[in-house]
Design a protein around this ligand. Structure first.
Ligand code: ATP
Ligand code: MG
Length: 592
């Protein structure tokens, strides 16, 4: 199915971020922006041609885990804006932290963004960037801040620094090192760089205001000593920039116009602006400078969207890896049968807001249903089989019935399904003692075998209390699609698979991974909220055409839901299937 992946349609829903972009473009905020063809300081962009991109956004994951549904929201937003406004969206690895970053994560992140249907190439540039490539400039900028008296090396201990930071109601206290001459800070900073001091012995801090009501402006640390190797720069550095210093600089070097991040960074915005302004003042960065815009992160009920917790689920083997179909990762979703188009529809539908809220998992599932309803071919599967024997059907006879591949799309054609004397039907489609309103098989009742004949139930065989076969007789004049087939009116219509021709296959039925809407809320361990029955594997009887399903091919199993041939465990000619989503929302109800 991946080759039928369509390009993102232009989303039409407006939101506050689009309004900001519209206003910026209307007032020509970036009319003077130039682009030197690559990220860089002022000198790279000075005198360069006008930026061909109307806006620049970026998706900046830290390569320390697999992408999850929350990232999908951010990807659709950032890449979607660039597509809509004839801009560029940069793919940037925010890899300034030397620990925990691995190539495996880099590769999976790139694959996931492509899978969602987006690409970072635009206007002839590749736009795949690594923040660690900016370490030299970040260092140079830090030296500039020191010489301009906007930064100093502080030798307080971590505890002293914490104590002197003050509180929300109390101003902080100046460090005794705050007033040291720039030359002294510069010398120490170079010693830090040269590995002459131990981790934690000193830090470089911005010199702003220890009495600011915004604690983030009370001389935030911008560089620390960390004698650790980096996945790209290796042993070159033993000092690393803090995220709050690195991120604005990365944005400015890349000439990002709108730096969109989640709400928890709102209090950082004044520092973001302060820093870029100081560096532009010093001639290091080109104006116009990027601006930060915050939006509400995605919170999904019944789902955990924190990398730390997802790593824990994988490492402690509560799930079968990152791509376990129950995981809220994009690799898990893909294996589960979720579609890129469904994610993009979801991102559009939930929009972006300025306030945090919880989205029901049913909203995401509805988007997948809507998309799959359009694209998935219909097939027949009996998940909980019991035999139906047609006593008056000749032994050994076989014939074909014809079933449409899609009820609304006749151009998708129809296929033959074999019919014979013994069929598999769903156990729940027979009862000896029908409740009011039950129209399926019970002794004396008639139903239509979908795409086949009308049959009348005559009884059943049992082993102790368990029904092992249902018996019926058929009316040869009622075959679907033949003249007069509908002369016998029935209320029930059930699906079936010829027993002799059926393909027996493993089908995995997934339920929510967590049994509570807010896993771990109220101080509970989130693992205590795992749903012990989140996966069930059954052996189902499928129509023979399904034997040829290709990995990742998606189907609707009539009356059951949407299913996908598992891309990992399917063998050629022997696919196994994962249930993507049931036909109707079941989130409001108790787990089956
Ligand atoms: P987590 O909190 O799960 O560890 P993160 O924010 O640390 O995620 P990053 O790799 O830093 O993960 O995120 C990359 C981008 O994805 C950031 O711009 C971030 O704002 C965005 N993002 C992460 N989680 C969500 C979410 N739940 N909803 C929307 N955007 C998100
Ligand atoms: Mg992060």
């Amino acid at each position: 199915m991946s080759d039928s992946n369509t390009k993102p349609a232009t989303p039409h829903v407006t939101n506050f971020i689009r309004n900001i972009v519209d206003e910026d473009l209307a007032k020509g905020a970036y009319a003077a922006q130039t682009w030197g063809g690559r990220p860089g300081p002022a000198k790279v962009h000075a005198g360069a041609p006008a930026d061909p991109a109307k806006i620049r956004t970026r998706f900046p994951p830290e390569p320390n885990g697999y992408l999850h549904f929350g990232h999908a929201k951010s990807i659709c937003l950032n890449f979607g804006l660039a597509l809509d406004y004839n801009g560029a969206c940069h793919m940037r690895f925010d890899d300034t932290n030397p620990e925990k970053e691995e190539q495996e994560y880099v590769d999976s992140i790139l694959a996931a963004v492509h899978w969602l249907g987006f690409d970072w190439k635009s206007f002839g540039d590749d736009n795949l960037y690594y923040a660690s490539d900016y370490f030299d400039f970040m260092y140079e900028a830090a030296e500039y801040l020191i010489t301009a008296c906007h930064a100093y090396v502080d030798q307080q201990s971590a505890n002293e620094m914490r104590a002197n930071r003050g509180t929300l109601t109390e101003a902080g206290k100046n460090s005794m090192w705050r007033g040291r001459p720039a030359a002294e800070s510069l010398k120490l900073f170079r010693e830090m760089r040269d590995g002459m001091h131990a981790d934690g012995a000193m830090v470089l801090r911005a010199k702003i205001d220890m009495a600011s009501p915004n604690i983030n402006l009370r001389d935030p640390a911008i560089y620390r000593i960390k004698k650790a190797a980096h996945h790209r720069s290796g042993e070159k550095w033993c000092i690393y920039p803090m995220y709050t210093y690195a991120h604005p600089v990365e944005d400015a070097l890349e000439r990002i116009t709108h730096s969109i991040c989640t709400l928890e960074f709102e209090d950082q915005r004044p520092f973001y602006d302060w820093l870029l302004d100081k560096l532009a003042e010093g001639g290091l960065l080109a104006r116009p400078l990027p601006k930060q815009i915050e939006f509400a992160r995605l919170n999904l009920a019944y789902v955990v969207l924190s990398k730390r917790k997802l790593i824990q689920l994988v490492e402690e083997k509560h799930v079968d890896g990152w791509d376990d179909p129950r995981m809220p990762t994009l690799v898990g979703a893909r294996r589960r049968g979720y579609t890129p188009e469904g994610f993009r529809l979801f991102a559009d539908r939930i929009g972006v807001a300025k306030a945090d809220s919880w989205i029901d998992m049913g909203v995401l599932e509805d988007c997948m249903r809507e998309d799959l309803n359009e694209r998935a071919a219909r097939r027949i599967a009996v998940l909980d089989p019991v035999k139906l024997v047609i006593d008056n059907y000749p032994d050994g006879r076989e014939e074909e019935c014809f079933a449409p591949n899609h009820p609304q799309k006749s151009d998708l054609g129809r296929r033959a399904v074999p019919f014979s004397k013994e069929l598999w039907i769903e156990r729940e489609d027979f009862t000896e003692t029908p409740a009011k309103g039950y129209f399926r098989l019970f002794p004396g009742n008639k139903v239509r075998l979908r795409y086949g004949f009308v049959v009348e139930c005559t009884g059943c065989e049992k082993n102790h209390d368990k029904v092992i076969a249902v018996h019926c007789i058929y009316d040869p004049e009622t075959k679907s699609g033949t003249p007069g087939a509908d002369k016998v009116k029935v209320k029930g219509n059930i699906h079936w698979v010829s027993a002799k021709h059926a393909y027996s296959a493993e089908v995995r039925l997934y339920d929510r991974l967590f049994g509570r809407p807010h896993p771990g809320a109220g101080g509970r361990d989130f693992l205590a909220d795992l749903n012990p029955a989140s996966r069930k594997a059954i052996t189902a009887r499928l129509e023979p055409a399904l034997k040829g399903a290709q990995p990742e091919e998606r189907f609707q199993f009539e009356r059951h839901g949407y299913f996908v041939a598992d891309r990992v465990d399917s063998k050629p000619g022997a696919p196994v299937f994962n249930r993507t989503v049931t036909l109707r929302d079941s989130w409001g109800k108790a787990s089956p």
